[in-house]
Design a protein around this ligand. Structure first.
Ligand SMILES: *Cc1c(COP(=O)(O)O)cnc(C)c1O
Length: 431
């Protein structure tokens, strides 16, 4: 796989370079030079294949020049060791559950695959890889659990004090081994600024081999393509063919992976990007003006993004042709009040407990079905509801999975730090 930069079509780097750099120096994003299509016979018979076989097929057409196929198979089997079931709520409404991994959010797919890809490309005797990640909640947990115990890597997570949920904090702070957490007396933006400053610090870069694990890394997107194809297989087994995906969106990586699947031949009729009031994309699709804004805090806080970092990838996939894009992607935004009401409505109608992000995707799917009666749709559930306990009204009981209960008894270990770069730098050097 060769990749170019969205800011420079003439650039061409190999896959390991894109993985370790995350972002080209020109501050564009890496995109595959060539997006291969799956053969029609495979797509027509996809219902006969398991998730693991589908993942392998997708990965092999993308990466066959970059990783020997048996190694690729081993990486996939190790990284994607949990299911992504499509659950029927009614004959027109299906939910794709992406929260069955260790951190209970879809980011496990990306983080687990990326960690193994990085470990694979690290040569023996190479300097240890220092992964820095700022998190507002979900990313940190997925990256921590994704890299836990991966040889020759060390992960440092910065999170804002008092601004992540209890379960999220446990996922960040109870790992030990090669994972360390820093509780920053500041906001998520402060955490992100500290990480950015570390990447820009020449002295620190001479001492340590720093890399980032954020969602713009191309190796996080690739494994997300797998579950779109696998959702199709599951729908087909139920005798349905139509594919409408409603995707709760923040940085637009998840839906970006869906659009990559579409370009690889997945017969999707419609994508719906569902957002909270951070509505940069829905506004753009309505007005044609792309105007990022400072993010606003909502119940669906993993989507509190005012300047979605993967949006340039999506524009690039459609060669910046707005009309072509709008045929495949629509977008809707919802308020906190609507989100809360949706959580109640889904529970009342189906006895199903949806996290706030998931509820927003359901709302957008319902709105689409209202103007397109009879259509069958899938909305993506990006996290287990127990990660957002404060949002739910008392009458809705949220089940807590066993793995979470086990975590609660573990010792929390985090370094408390002021929002100060020199302290952070000293910590990284001396730890
Ligand atoms: C990260 C996240 C999202 C947003 O996904 P993007 O790929 O950034 O659009 C949605 N829901 C949950 C629960 C998340 O953790």
């Amino acid at each position: 796989m060769k990749l170019y930069s969205t800011n420079n079509p003439d650039l061409s780097v190999d896959f390991p370079t894109a993985v370790f750099n995350s972002m080209p120096l020109d501050r564009g994003l890496y995109m595959p030079l060539h997006i291969p299509e799956l053969d029609q016979e495979f797509i027509d018979n996809i219902d006969k294949f398991s998730f693991s076989q589908i993942a392998y097929k997708v990965a092999s057409v993308l990466l066959k020049d970059s990783i020997p196929l048996e190694d690729l198979q081993a990486i996939i089997d190790d990284a994607i060791n949990f299911e992504a079931p499509v659950v029927e709520l009614d004959p027109e409404t299906y939910v794709l559950e992406l929260f069955h991994g260790p951190s209970l959010a879809f980011k496990d797919f990306g983080a687990r695959f990326m960690s193994r890809i990085m470990a694979y490309f690290l040569k023996d005797n190479e300097k240890m890889l220092d992964v820095l990640v700022a998190t507002s909640g979900d990313t940190g947990g997925a990256v921590a659990l994704g890299f836990l115990g991966v040889p020759n890597t060390r992960v440092t997570i910065l999170y804002p004090k008092g601004k992540v949920s209890e379960i999220q904090e446990q996922q960040l702070c109870t790992n030990g081994l090669n994972i360390q957490a820093i509780e920053v007396d500041g906001t998520f933006d402060d955490c992100q600024a500290l990480v950015k400053q570390a990447f820009a610090d020449q002295d620190l870069n001479n001492r340590l081999r720093l890399t980032s694990a954020n969602s713009i890394n191309i190796s996080r997107l690739i494994p997300q393509i797998f579950y779109y194809f696998n959702a199709y297989a599951q729908i087909k087994r139920r005798g349905k063919e139509e594919l409408i995906f409603s995707v709760p969106s923040g940085n637009f990586g998840n839906i970006g992976a869906g659009l990559l699947a579409y370009k690889m031949g997945l017969p999707v009729k419609q994508f719906i990007a569902a957002t909270n009031v951070n509505d940069t994309v829905p506004r753009f699709l309505q007005t044609g003006i792309y105007e990022p804004r400072t993010s606003v805090q909502t119940y669906a806080n993993a989507m509190d993004v005012g300047a979605p970092s993967n949006w340039v990838r999506i524009m690039d996939l459609f060669k910046n042709d707005e009309a072509a894009l709008k045929k495949v992607v629509q977008s809707q935004s919802y308020t906190d009040e609507q989100t809360l009401q949706a959580i109640k409505d889904i529970f009342e109608a189906y006895g199903y407990v949806a996290c706030p992000h998931t509820a927003i995707a359901w709302l957008a799917l319902k709105a689409y079905q209202k103007s397109n009666p009879g259509s069958v749709g899938i909305f993506l559930s990006t996290a287990h509801p127990c990660k957002f306990p404060d949002v739910f009204p008392k009458e809705i009981e949220v089940e807590v999975p066993e793995q979470v209960k086990n975590m609660a008894s573990k010792q929390k270990c985090a370094t408390v730090m002021d929002n100060n770069f020199e302290s952070f730098k000293t910590y990284l050097i001396n730890y």
